[in-house]
Every structure is written in C-alpha cells, then in structure tokens.
Ligand binder design. Structure first.
Ligand code: PMP
Length: 458
C-alpha cells in the first residue's frame, strides 16, 4: 500500500495530546479549547480525514521554513512544498489581500492578471507549450489533462506507474494506482513498473536500463489495444514521489514518449510535485530528461497555499479539445488566484529559489550520502534539488524495506522539532521536501537531528 502525502497519517494513528500550555486562551479562542477537544470535534465534524503523526501537531502559525504549534514550539518544516516560497511570504500575502480588496470574480470578463500570468508561465516552458487552462487543484488539472488527451487522441486508455498518485476525482482516482487494489483498477488503466534502479527488476544503471524500463509500456499498450481502449495518455509524476522518489535513467522518458506517441497517445508530465524549480537545475522536472511533453499539469506550490493549478498544452491540442468540449471553471484563474500565482513566480525568479534548491539540495544530498555510510539502515539516497528520499532497509544485502523504522524516524524527528514525510511503495522512504527558501543552516539542523535519530535507532 502506498504512502503518498496523505497515507503517513493513515498508517500512524491519530491520538492527540491535550494542549494546556501558555497562550492557550488567546491562540485557541475561548480559553476552554485544547488540542484534545479539537481532535474530538474534528472527528465528529470533519470525519475520518487523515492526520499526520501518532499525536497530531496543532499548527497555528508559519514563517519561512518554520511552523509553530499552539504551545509555541517551532518545527523546521522539511515537508511542505506547497509553501515553496516559505510560509506566509509577505509578497504573497500582500498580493492576495490587495486583489481580494479590489475584485474577485470568474474568468468570463477580461482581466489583466490572468493574461499576464499565462504569458509569464508559458515563457518558462519549452516548445509549443503556450496555452494555459486554470483550475483549482492538481486533481482537477490531471482530470482536465486526461479529458484533453482523450479528445485529441480519440483513444480512452491510460498508462501510469505502479503505486501512482495523481488525485482524487473519479477519473483520476482510477489513474492513482496507489489508492486501489488491482481488482478495482479500471480496465482502461494499465500500470507499469517504475524505473527503480535501487530495487527494481533491473538494478544496473547503464545504457540499457532506460530502454529496459521504457519497454514495459509496450505490453501495456498491447493490453489497452486488446481491451479496445487504445492509448490516450501516458501520465507520470516527474519526480516519482509515491514510487519512493526516483531518478530515472536519463533516456527513460525519451524512450517512453517515443513508444506512447507511436501508439497514438499523448504524454502528460504531472509537475504537481516536481514543478516550479523544485528539482534545482531546471524549472520543470521533465526537463531533467530532455523531453517536451504534450501536456503539463501543475498545482501545489503554484499559489503558495492558495488553491490554484493549471494545465498547459500546445495551441493545436487545445484547439482539438475545444472542438470536442466546452471548458469553464468558476474559480480557476480568478484574479486573487492569479495575483497569488504571479507573486509566487516573481519570488522564485527574484529570490533565485531554483538556484537555492540546486545548491542547498546538492549540499544536503552529499551530506545524506555520508550519513548513509554510517548507518546500515540507510539503503539509498535519491532525488534532485530539494526533493530527496532516504530509503531505509533492514539489510543492505536483501533490501527488506524498513517501513516501521521510517515511520519511527518521522515520529522522532517531529519530537526533535523537524517535520518530514514518509513515502514509497513500502512506506520506507523518508521524504525531504522543504520550502525552496531552505538554507544551509536549515540543512545542517536537519542533518544534525537525523544523525541523532539514526544513532538512537542503530
Ligand atoms: N499529482 C501528484 C503527483 C500529487 O502528488 C498530487 C497530490 N499529492 C496530485 C497530483 C493531486 O493534487 P491535489 O491534492 O492538489 O488535488
């Protein structure tokens, strides 16, 4: 079972401690409220929605790379890519409040903000990727992308990775193989083995490994053809988050795209996780592999917490879609969302956050590799920029996933004041994905605390 953003909480329970600390009255309102009561009310009113940690954290404030709980305890945030420009960046806060005080409405009137943003966004993308459609979440972006691919290809089927996560709508839940067992997977979806050089069926990285993993789509295409669906789209998260954060062989995507296009399908890069400079060297995750997708989807960090997402495609594909369908989204692309997104893009560019992701992420990766030599529990260090994974194994020889230990690391790190995630096919990969403003000092604090936690686990 997968461990995506949501499933760590699912697997580690949800009992809360009672907050009676300083400032309770002012922070929590009435002075009678506390974390225990909040948990109780949440269970009743919000249902069994997922929470992180055995004792969930009650966060009341954020600033740059730090989150603060109701007790005033600070947590170094190594998990939240949504706040990629740092929590509550004043430029984003100002942009949102200024626009909210002026006008917020749908996109059926002319407005400068949406056009400026679309122009600026497409300038960051290669090739003919120059038409934007705005939505409110990554799920919606992938849902629309899949509809576009179906309209443009005339086919129905999709190829995704094993243990993929692309969102929660009916259509995209079907493409999120981590969310259902094989028996409930729609027959228009076929999964393929991810290119995992550490524990996949080919563990040697050489010129044959890219074609080897890419060739897995051949039988998937045959299966879709046989079922009468044909291939509408190959959809892939460019950083392979739920597969445990992978670095694919350099020619993997080239080889897959060639095969998918030959079968009449479109190639969709899901950049909800990897986009907006996260991987450091390049703005978009797919650029690490020297390919140009037909459709790019993005969300999460786009509005620094404001719900805004997008689908970008070529004029030709957009035109073909508009021949088949009518598209309108009440909230997608509204002036406040676009003000937030414009501010985020400016901050990434002005504060050189992509370069920061490259340099701090590169430093962190080197130091984590040093740590992996010290502790037998650490099997592999992977990732790019400020999206890194530490894969834990009970033995380096047989690569048995150390899932319990990974959860323990996340719990212990939380106690030590650092927030991390757990991901991967076996829930044994510790996920590091901080705001892109993460500094070397922040990295050193993370490393120091990880060292102590691994020492205690050994
Ligand atoms: N694609 C990927 C790769 C994701 O990780 C997620 C969210 N975790 C989504 C799509 C869905 O985005 P959202 O939660 O905004 O709907």
């Amino acid at each position: 079972m997968a461990d995506n953003d949501h499933s760590l909480a699912n697997s580690i329970g949800s009992e809360s401690s009672v907050y009676t600390g300083p400032g309770a009255a002012s922070i929590l309102g009435s002075g009678k409220s506390d974390a225990g009561e909040l948990m109780h009310r949440r269970r009743k009113s919000v249902g069994a929605s997922l929470l992180f940690y055995e004792e969930p954290v009650h966060i009341v404030r954020g600033e740059d790379c730090f989150l603060y709980d109701a007790n005033g305890k600070a947590f170094l945030d190594c998990y939240n890519n949504v706040a990629s420009v740092g929590h509550c960046h004043p430029q984003v806060v100002n942009a949102i409040s200024k626009q909210a005080g002026l006008l917020n409405t749908h996109t059926r009137y002319l407005h400068e903000e949406i056009v400026t943003y679309a122009e600026r966004l497409t300038e960051t993308l290669p090739g003919e990727l120059s038409v934007c459609m705005f939505v409110c979440s990554g799920t919606e972006a992938n849902d629309l992308a899949m509809r576009i691919a179906r309209a443009a290809s005339g086919n129905h089927g999709a190829i995704v990775m094993e243990n993929s996560y692309h969102g929660n709508s009916s259509l995209i839940n079907g493409l999120s193989s981590c969310g259902h067992f094989l028996s409930t997977q729609p027959d228009y979806v076929v999964t393929v083995e991810p290119p995992n050089i550490f524990r996949g069926s080919n563990r040697v990285l050489d010129e044959t490994s890219g074609p080897y993993y890419a060739s897995k789509v051949d039988s998937a295409i045959d299966q879709l053809d046989l079922a009468g669906h044909g291939l509408a789209a190959f959809m892939c998260d460019s950083i392979f988050d739920t597969q445990g954060t992978l670095e694919a062989p350099k020619d993997y995507f080239k080889e897959v795209y060639r095969r998918a296009r030959a079968a009449g399908g479109l190639c969709i890069a899901d950049e909800v996780q990897a986009g907006f400079g996260r991987t450091g060297e390049v703005m978009w995750g797919f650029e690490n592999y020297d390919v140009i997708p037909d459709i790019v989807t993005m969300g999460k960090p786009m509005g620094a917490g404001h719900p805004v997402a997008a689908v970008v495609t070529t004029p030709e594909i957009a035109k073909e879609f508009s021949r088949h369908a009518f598209y309108f989204n009440t909230f997608g692309g509204n002036p406040v969302s676009m003000a937030a997104a414009n501010a985020v893009l400016s901050i990434i560019q002005n504060e050189k956050l992509q370069r920061n992701a490259e340099s701090v992420g590169g430093y962190l990766k080197v130091k984590l590799k040093e740590l992996s030599k010290k502790y037998s529990l650490i099997g592999d260090i992977r990732g790019m920029g400020l999206f890194l994974g530490i894969e834990l194994v009970t033995s380096k020889k047989d690569l048995m996933p150390a899932s319990k230990e990974a959860k323990k690391v996340a719990e212990e790190m939380k106690e030590a004041g650092v927030l991390l995630g757990v991901t991967g096919m076996f829930g044994n990969v510790v996920k590091i994905r901080p705001p892109l403003t993460f500094s070397r000092d922040n990295a050193d604090e993370l490393l120091e605390k990880l060292n102590i936690v691994f020492e205690n686990l050994s």
